[in-house]
Design a protein around this ligand. Sequence first.
Ligand code: FES
Ligand SMILES: [Fe+2]
Length: 372
Amino acid sequence: MEEYSSIGFDHIPHAKGADRSLHIKWSQRNRPLGEKIPPPYPNGWYALAESVDLKIGGVASIDALGQNFCIYRGEDGAARVVDAYCPHLGANFGAGGAVRGNCIECPFHMWRFGENGECTYIPDTKTIPKVSLKTWHTMEVDGAVWVWYDAEGRAPLWTVPPIPGIDAWGYRGRNEFVVSTHIRDIPENAADASHLHTVHGLSFMTDLGKRYPMLNKFVGYHSWKSHWSRSEEWHIAQLFIEQKFFVMKLNIFPLNVSVDQIGPAHVRLTFNSIIGPMVVVQTVTPLGPMLQRVVHRVYSPTWNAILVSPVALVEALQFERDVVIWNNKKHVSAPPYVKADKSIRAFRDWFAQFYSAASVSMRDATARPLDW
Ligand code: FES
Ligand SMILES: [Fe+2]
């Protein structure tokens, strides 16, 4: 896992010294949010945990989206998400709570709450008061447990079917980054065609070509073509990428990537190249208004299992280049768009669908980073 202070701060004075974290903190404190920054928590599905980390009977507390969640897996195998705090006297289920059947039991006075949040059992008490624990809509797909977050309190506006045929494939590994930026910046990257050349053009192996362009011929460079568009389904946007990796003018690694952006925080990238297919699932979880956990999980058929990890590594290295930009940028609400930016404008229109009247503003969210 890459913590956010590890990438993109070497340009800060004294960042290489012993007080690195202090200097990074100061520089982040001076960083403006930018004008008219959109609300930090769009409506949609968010990955709260990876499926493998939540065994039957497992309980965890997770802070995300300005909420404190408790997530647990009942004996029937289904994952559930409820508010972290017990409606009795406010204990946190994550701190010692237990799963009983499909109920969650509080560690403090051992009240139990059922799947719909109703109190089902209180030790030595016959008359159970009408209290209920808030439950959240949950789904499990693409190796993660998701929560439906909606500022208006609506039921899920879409569902996500599994990737066809993925059951026959295997899990090949993951990477994780914590990035300090607005959530919208991450999917906006897909619509930003020109940054592919400027940020992702240099060889994945080295940045040296920036200083010595002569070297690019030998260490290679990436060339990109991309096309972003809305899809027929309102909550899905699509991106097609054609990548070529030239060494001595020879395209030694042609790669096509077809990307589905599903809502604000879920991406499926299907890679096709000479080593065969692989799928990368990207999840973005807002840990705070300006702090995103980004996880990539890699899947492929058995036959190319050993071939996919170098490609996944290159993907991670390219992602790090975006992280350097994200960790240090501010928000610009009305950029001086040029022709190459036309998809960015279209992307922002598309993304606006995930906001609604009650979306918590950035100002309110930063004043009260968690809902206390
Ligand atoms: S605080 Fe949870 S049972 Fe009392
Ligand atoms: Fe990028």
